[in-house]
Each structure stands twice: as C-alpha cells, then as structure tokens.
Design a protein around this ligand. Structure first.
Ligand code: NAD
Ligand code: LMR
Length: 333
C-alpha cells in the first residue's frame, strides 16, 4: 500500500517548489542521496552541507539539467549551516560515523549522539518548521535525541520528525522475492518496530506469503533484521550500506514531499513519535504512517499479527524502550 508514491519518484511535473537540505552530503550516503534528490522534480532548491566536500558534490551535481539549483555549504564558512537550513522544507540527516565489522549500531552512539544533537540544534534555530528525516545511527536513539533537542528549544512538532526505516522495507521486498521467486517491485511488506536487529519486525503474516514454511520464514525474517550486517561484512571495514540507503532515503523523502504537496494516500512505514505503545513507555515506534501537508497525518496500528510475530514484538519492545531512553537521557543530562 505504500509503493504508490515510490513509483512516481521522478515525475516530471512540479506542483510546488521545495527546498531540501542534506546534512552530511559529502559522505557515502550523502553523495548518492543528493544525486537522487537532484533528479527529483519536486525539489527546486537543494542545499548540501558537510564538514568537508559539500562544495565539490554540489558543483558536480549542478551540471545536471534538472529544475533545481544546488549549492554546497561548509562548516568552515561563516553561517554555513545557517544558510543551508534557512527556510528549508525538508532536512535529511545522514551525518555521522558508519559501523565496522563486529560493531552494533548502538556502538555508534558515543560518536553520533553528539553529532546529531548539534545538527538538531541548528535545525531548531534555523528551520523550526522543517520535516526532519533522521538516517544517522543508531536511529532508535538518534530520533529521540532530535525530539529532545527540539523540545528544549520549544519547537518540537512530532508530526515532522521521522526515523528513516525505509531500508528495512526495501530489503524486505527484495529478500521475500528472492525466496519466493516473485517480482521484487510488487512485493509489499510492512516492517514495524525500530531500526536495529531484533527491533526490526517484518510482518510476513500480512503478505501473500503468509503460508511460507516456518524454516524458510525464520531465515527470511533473520535476513531482513540483520541485512545491514551483510553489507558491513562485505565492505570489510569501509563502512555500511550507502547506495541502497540512498535509494531508500530518496524514496522516503519523495513520499514526505508528496504528502506536503497534498497527494492522497501516501503511506510509508517510519519510526515516529507514536501513540501505539506509549502506555508501555515506548515513545517512538515504526509502523505505516500516512503523510500529508502537515507531516504525519495518521499513524496506522500494526494490524493483525501472528503469535510468532507477537513474540518478536515483545522482544523488540524491551530493546526499543532502552534505546529510546538512552537517547532521551543523553540530551536531558
Ligand atoms: P560516511 O562516513 O561515509 O559519511 C558521513 C558524512 O557525515 C561524512 O561526509 C562526514 O564528514 C559527515 N559528518 C560528520 N559529522 C558531521 C557534522 N557534524 N556535520 C555535517 N556533516 C558531518 O557515513 P555513511 O556511510 O554515509 O553513513 C552515515 C550514517 O548513516 C551512519 O551513522 C550510518 O550508520 C547511518 N546509516 C543509516 C541507515 C538507516 O537505515 N537509517 C542506513 C545506512 C547507514
Ligand atoms: C543498515 O541497516 O544497513 C544501516 O543501519 C547501516 C548498518 O550499520 O547496518
């Protein structure tokens, strides 16, 4: 139900001009993500910011004959981040350090938490109305960090903060098609929970493959949950998923823009401030979200799930709660 928009990612008409900013645009994700955003006709003003390299990426992309103007902003320049963010509509944050083999996403917290906190502060001060799409890991903690910073600045809008979990969604489509011999472009899998290992829950029971034999299904679920590790291992110290993440980030950004534009029925799973398990102390949760002109328009419940998926959900909740509390405490302390 959420692929309708993805297919239109590169439509050739522009109903509304949108300003989009990428923080961390010179990195492994930032560069291909910026390329895909340069090709998106909903974007007319593309701002690329990084500690290093953003000017070069911007100059390179600026030769592509699409509607947008692209500019690079550096941390060295006076007001670099301020100008990158001023009046922007959508901010994507892939800034931070990626994993190496043997590390968990949580191991990145010690470095990435302060990077994300500082960038969130800049967003609060310069783009208080923007939709913020957080890619930097650990997403289960960095999204609560951004929320706390925005709250402390009095500009928190829960409808406009998103943890990007689309990579789990696209992996689920791909991997389920590989085991089922089907077309990956038509496979839709809702992925709920969070974005790390056992907090990632693909709801296979809600797909047409619900009768898949248990052994095959368990292996599939495990592969979706730990797909990130496959890439980290294959890159052998040179980072984690960048190209598939760029595609996932560009798809989610396009959906957010489609929602802002007022397109109907734009639905994508995302890790958002959610009422679903708040009574259990879980402030953020990924589930299908309807995107609209004000950001989050509706958060769908997880629907009917199998007893096996309920077990996964119970385990997910324990870890997720701790990850969220860690992010929140970091800003409060
Ligand atoms: P990378 O090292 O290639 O790029 C990161 C970029 O961020 C670098 O260019 C760096 O200069 C920049 N940067 C660091 N601190 C900054 C700051 N304060 N301001 C601006 N820019 C800053 O890493 P990558 O492979 O692009 O991964 C980036 C992050 O995305 C990692 O934390 C990674 O774990 C995460 N990630 C998330 C997902 C997801 O599904 N959400 C998927 C893949 C990777
Ligand atoms: C992924 O799922 O590929 C990303 O979160 C990067 C990682 O560290 O695995």
């Amino acid at each position: 139900m959420f692929a309708k928009v993805a297919k239109r990612a590169f439509s050739s008409s522009t109903a509304n001009p949108y300003k989009v900013t990428v923080l961390g645009a010179g990195g492994g994700i930032g560069q291909p993500l910026s390329l895909l955003l340069k090709l998106n006709h909903k974007v007319t003003d593309l701002r690329l910011y990084d500690l290093k390299g953003a000017a070069g990426v911007a100059a390179d992309l600026s030769h592509i004959p699409t509607n947008s103007v692209v500019k690079g902003f550096s941390a060295d320049a006076q007001d670099g981040i301020k100008n990158a963010l001023k009046d922007t509509d959508v901010v994507l944050i892939p800034a931070g350090v990626p994993r190496k083999p043997g590390m968990t996403r949580d191991d990145l917290f010690s470095i990435n938490a302060s990077i994300v906190r500082d960038l969130a502060t800049a967003c609060a001060e310069n783009a208080p109305h923007a939709s913020i799409l957080v890619i930097s890991n650990p997403v289960n903690s960095t999204v609560p960090i951004v929320a706390e910073v925005l709250k402390s600045k009095g500009v928190y809008n829960p409808k406009k903060l998103f943890g990007v979990t689309t990579l789990d969604v696209i992996r689920a489509s791909r991997f389920i098609s590989e085991v089922s011999g089907t077309n990956p472009t038509t496979e839709k899998v809702n992925v709920i929970g969070g974005h790390s290992g056992i907090t990632i829950i693909p709801l296979i029971s809600q797909t047409k493959h619900k009768l898949m034999e248990k052994e095959k299904r368990d292996a599939l679920i495990h592969r979706i949950q730990f797909g990130g590790d496959e890439v980290v291992k294959a890159k052998n110290g040179a980072g984690s998923a960048t190209l598939s993440m760029a595609q996932a980030g560009a798809r989610f950004a396009n959906s957010v823009l489609a929602g802002l534009e007022g397109e109907a029925d734009v639905i994508e799973p995302s890790f958002v401030d959610s009422p679903l398990f708040k009574s259990e102390g879980i402030e953020f949760f990924a589930s299908p979200v309807k995107l609209g002109p004000q950001g989050v328009e509706k958060i769908y419940s997880i629907g009917e799930i199998s007893p096996e998926e309920q077990e996964l959900l119970d385990k997910c909740k324990e870890t997720l709660k701790k990850n969220i509390e860690k992010g929140t405490a970091f800003v409060k302390s």
